[in-house]
Design a protein around this ligand. Sequence first.
Ligand code: ATP
Ligand code: MG
Length: 415
Amino acid sequence: MSDSKNLQPVRGTHDLLPEAARVQRHVVHTLQTVTKNYGYQEIATPMFEFTEVFARTLGETSDVVSKEMYSFSDRGGESLTLRPEGTAGVARSVISNKLYDFLPLKYWYTGAMFRYERPQKGRQRQFHQVGVEFLGVSTPLADAETIALGWHFLQQLQLEGNLRLEINSLGDEASRTVYRTALVAYLERYKTSLSADSQERLLRNPLRILDSKDAGDQEIITGAPSLKDSMSDEATAYFAAVQEYLSLINIPVVVNSRLVRGLDYYSHTAFEIISDGLGAQATVLAGGRYDGLIEMMGGKPTAGIGWAAGIERLALLLPPLEALPRPVAVIAMADAQEQYAFTVVQNLRGQGIMAELITSGNVAKKFKKANKINALYAVLLGEEEAATGRLTVKNLDSGEQQKIAIEEIKKGLSL
Ligand code: ATP
Ligand code: MG
């Protein structure tokens, strides 16, 4: 470790220092509170899985699998991958634990995710997500409810800037088959102008070209046929019903027919919530329906819809958190009361009061320290206090002083 490079965090990773950790907790706590009203429970899956869990489900031509995964062989020679996202692990867990015997299931999760990407503002190699999965119900109502939950969650966070909900339908399997043919016929005409990645996708997963971030690809895509024209009547009706439910509860929707999402396992509804306050990394929450996923992984056919949100991106838009509560400073007036002061600070903490023992220095210095930790009150302990258990409490803002019995402190100070 003498090489100073090793004392830097790995590129794209960050320490969560107390302020950032507090922001993350706040986001997670907000999700926990909101999801409770929608009947969700927490689930936590391992931070790494067999590589196949992600490679097969996300699709080999997806950006995540083709270039972003942290994969390694463990000492037993197994290929493992640090999770790049949460849904595949939850789906694996549903199969491993035979949870599909208990449908419907509503889960929320949070945790670190790992992607080998070029780090920039709002884009890291280790980042954190919160997300939800609603399994076992394939109705437009379930889609609307899941989207509403995401909207509700972001509103609860009171993010700065405007949010826009974009949705699209990827149709059912039949719609996508028809569309794939139309799309390939169109893209073949521009084949040599497509990026190398997209030329590869043309053979293996042409729909994903719509999600390309390459500027040249984007231009070609502008003229591509629309998925809407290939949709079956059922898929069209499903999508209309989702939008109708959302309008019933006044959630504004923008239909974006180019929205496809980067992963392979989506069908019907796909959606993103986008902030106008973020520049290039504008998507804060994204998700969709993945009815085929669990079956594709080898489990029983199980409907599912979910979304995930990047906590670091949300943090960029959060208004300042409430100020931290102010502690009580416990001050011994003389050496003779130092031990008593320790019992008092512990007593206060036992009563649920945030208290700090101010040690060393003369009384003036101790007051300075009390101000430095932003204490609201100082508890002053002299001979009389030690003898009677009635403590002198000084409000450090107003200078007002009062005597309160130690067991009355919590009530007396309305802390
Ligand atoms: P992008 O288009 O920005 O690469 P994505 O489609 O790869 O996003 P998802 O896989 O849908 O993203 O992940 C959901 C959310 O997780 C994103 O909307 C974003 O808020 C967050 N996220 C994704 N990748 C990163 C990253 N590398 N660093 C920080 N947050 C991320
Ligand atoms: Mg990405």
